[in-house]
Write a protein that binds this ligand. Structure first.
Ligand SMILES: [Zn+2]
Length: 434
């Protein structure tokens, strides 16, 4: 069991990491180095030998290995990103980079995404050093840069340029799982992420015949583009159940005493009420038009019109996604991936999943653990190139009224001290048994 010092340190570290402003505005505008040095120093104090790695100056990653007792066992990757999304101070009740601790709550950008987890990892590694605890498997700890943008200076760089640091790692654990989801009717659900949809950010280009706005023009690029994105936006994607979502729906149905009828999933989702939120975005692919760009004067028909679409596809759903986009956009509109990331699927019948589940159940006996698939993505996508299966497991016990998913990238991001303590206990238990 993690000691009292670990409980103090997780709070201090969360607060101090928040105070190190690592805002990632994209386009390379971010400096993780001070946060990386902070994390590396805390690990070095615990007798570990962290290495700092940069592809770009100031975009620093930290990797360290905790040696396990069984050299034949596969290693486990434990990773957290150091960067955060921007925060507009005037919208907040507390300055987003103050790390203020008020009424038992730590406030600031990164409090749940994901300096909380970074702090838990540091606090646990240090408590193990004090107690002489060694895990069974090697545990590779990685703190990454650039997760909130392209990951090119972070996990992508580590996977491509430093695969040796991750030798032996078969599974990874990181953000967005095992938080309390309150269903509004008194039930507490702890979803553990075992999959991620893939990302397909698309650029659609319609070409046509440029000309005067007063003339007949059947090859108008704006008309062509508008028709194509209307079809894309209105498309009803067919239901596709991945193993994780299938397990999630079945377990939720059992929890609510509903017939787990997977032949009529829309009906089942309706019956699940608020808990449907955990699965509804991951039962099908999606494609939402988000940006439009065409023309420069009202009486001039432009020769080209461009739109962007935020597409997401399920594990195993990429081919169907591509074929469908070809059909929806039609012959007059080209589309391409402006940015593409793979979808991930992790098994929910693995010993590792069972150990995560058991750790949550031990400290939250009133909770119900279910697997879920993330609608978006994390660094686990990059690490999957090394054959590492990723799970989302950042345990947090949150009181009712704390909407975890709304705090993610939201205003007044904050985390209760109690939630951090729970996180340390559960993560520590899982890692000791992993
Ligand atoms: Zn994150």
């Amino acid at each position: 069991m993690a000691d009292g010092q670990a409980m103090d340190e997780v709070v201090t570290f969360t607060s101090e990491l928040i105070r190190i402003d690592t805002t990632n505005r994209g386009g390379g505008d971010c400096q993780e180095r001070p946060a990386a040095e902070y994390a590396a120093a805390r690990l070095a104090e615990a007798g570990l030998e962290p290495v700092l790695l940069e592809r770009t100056r100031g975009r620093t990653n930290v990797v360290a290995r905790i040696e396990g007792t069984d050299p034949a066992a596969d290693a486990l990757l434990l990773h957290g990103h150091l960067d955060v999304v921007p925060a507009e101070a005037r919208d907040w009740s507390v300055h987003p980079f103050s790390g203020e601790i008020r009424d038992g709550v730590v406030w600031g950008r990164g409090a749940v995404d994901m300096k909380n987890m970074d702090a838990m990892i540091l606090a646990i590694a240090r408590s193990w050093a004090r107690e002489g605890v060694r895990p069974r498997r090697d545990i590779v700890v990685a703190f990454t840069a650039d997760e909130e943008a392209s990951a090119e200076d972070g996990s992508g760089f580590l996977a491509d340029e430093h695969p040796g640091l991750f030798a032996g790692c078969t599974e990874g654990v990181s953000e967005s799982g095992a938080f309390t989801f309150h269903d509004g009717g008194g039930r507490q659900i702890y979803p553990i992420a075992a999959g991620e949809r893939g990302t397909g950010w698309l650029r659609l280009t319609a070409r046509g015949r440029a000309g005067h706005g007063s003339k007949v023009n059947k090859e108008n690029a704006v008309t062509r583009l508008a028709a194509a994105i209307a079809r894309v936006g209105a498309h009803e994607w067919p239901l596709r159940l991945t193993p994780t979502v299938r397990a999630a729906l079945t377990e939720l149905a059992v929890l609510y005493g509903i017939e787990p009828d997977l032949t009529d999933v829309d009906r089942l989702l309706e019956k699940l009420g608020p808990a449907a939120k955990l699965v509804e975005a991951t039962v099908r692919n999606s494609a939402n038009p988000t940006m439009l760009d065409a023309g420069y004067k009202v009486n001039v028909i432009p020769g080209e019109a461009v739109a962007h679409v935020d597409g997401r596809y399920l594990p195993g759903g990429e081919d169907e996604f591509r074929t469908t986009l070809d059909l929806l956009t039609g012959p007059d509109v080209d589309w391409e991936f402006h940015h593409r990331e793979v979808a991930l699927q992790a098994p929910v019948d693995s010993p590792t999943y069972a150990r995560m589940r058991a750790a949550v159940e031990e400290f939250a006996p009133e909770g119900h653990v279910v697997p879920y698939c993330m609608s978006g993505g994390t660094d686990a996508k990059q690490f999957s190139r090394l054959g590492i299966t990723g799970y989302g497991f950042t345990p947090l016990k949150l009181p009712e009224g704390f909407d975890y998913q709304a705090l993610f990238h939201g205003v007044d991001e904050r985390v209760p001290v109690e939630a951090l303590h729970f996180g340390v206990r559960v993560l520590d238990r899982f890692l000791r048994t992993a």
